[in-house]
Ligand binder design. Structure first.
Ligand code: MN
Length: 233
């Protein structure tokens, strides 16, 4: 499948899985040039088709004289691709269940079950005030803020964004989508478990081993989730 088509599919899967709604976006590094990435024009993810996909330089400039309106927060993507050569795809979302973990002091998102073992928490939280000061609108609207977010992400698969959402990375679109879906599921389960009592998290060793086992299974989820959005369109 052409990378542009695969990106359009990733958009619709993330909408179907409840990770993005009218907002949020997913990008992929250009397989012909690692200094470029593909991202839809500013449109609801559930509506994206291949025709909506634009090309960008890592500084967020649209390529090829494309004058369509881009996402304001495209800097999230360019900055992470620059800092993380291992990253091939990025999901940014405002999915609800992760939000509490970015706003409650002393509570961190950590893997509670094997499907989210890639988290190997604690998951870092990006505080936009540290980069933009108190007078900010919560959005990663320039390269400076994109770079600050990328530094917060560090070597992790996911970074929470205080009062905003989260950003999740993977080597490929299927991996980034898988991780974004299960980051949201983990947040839901962890919040439920914390209400019931003391939580046993995966140990670092369990998370590491489980994550390695799951790496070979991601295609199975991608195949199912692709089918679900293809039959409904
Ligand atoms: Mn956002």
């Amino acid at each position: 499948m052409d990378l542009t088509e695969e990106l359009a599919l990733a958009n619709r899967i993330l909408y179907d899985r409840g990770v993005v709604d009218g907002f949020g976006h997913v990008s992929v590094r250009d397989d012909r040039d690692p200094e470029r990435f593909l991202l839809a024009r500013s449109i609801a993810p559930g509506l994206v088709t291949a025709a909506d996909v634009m090309g960008f330089a890592l500084d967020g400039t649209a390529l090829g004289g494309d004058t369509r309106t881009p996402y304001l927060e495209r800097f999230i993507h360019g900055s992470i691709y620059r800092l993380r050569p291992d990253v091939g795809a990025i999901v940014h979302s405002h999915s609800a269940a992760v939000i509490p973990f970015g706003i409650v002091a002393g509570v961190t998102l950590r893997p509670v079950f094997h499907m989210s073992s890639f988290l190997r928490g604690p998951v870092p939280v990006f505080e936009i005030r540290d980069a933009a000061g108190p007078d900010n609108d919560m959005l990663v609207r320039d390269e400076k803020l994109g770079d600050a977010l990328a530094i917060s992400l560090g070597d992790n698969p996911t970074v929470l964004m205080r009062g905003h959402g989260s950003t999740t990375v993977g080597r490929s679109l299927p991996e980034a989508v898988f991780r974004a879906v299960y980051t949201e599921v983990n947040a839901r389960l962890q919040a439920e478990a914390m209400r019931m009592g003391e939580v046993t998290f995966l140990s670092d060793k369990e998370a590491l081993r489980s994550s390695a086992s799951n790496a070979g299974q991601i295609a199975r989820a991608w195949e199912l989730w692709s089918r679900a959005v293809s039959s409904s369109s």
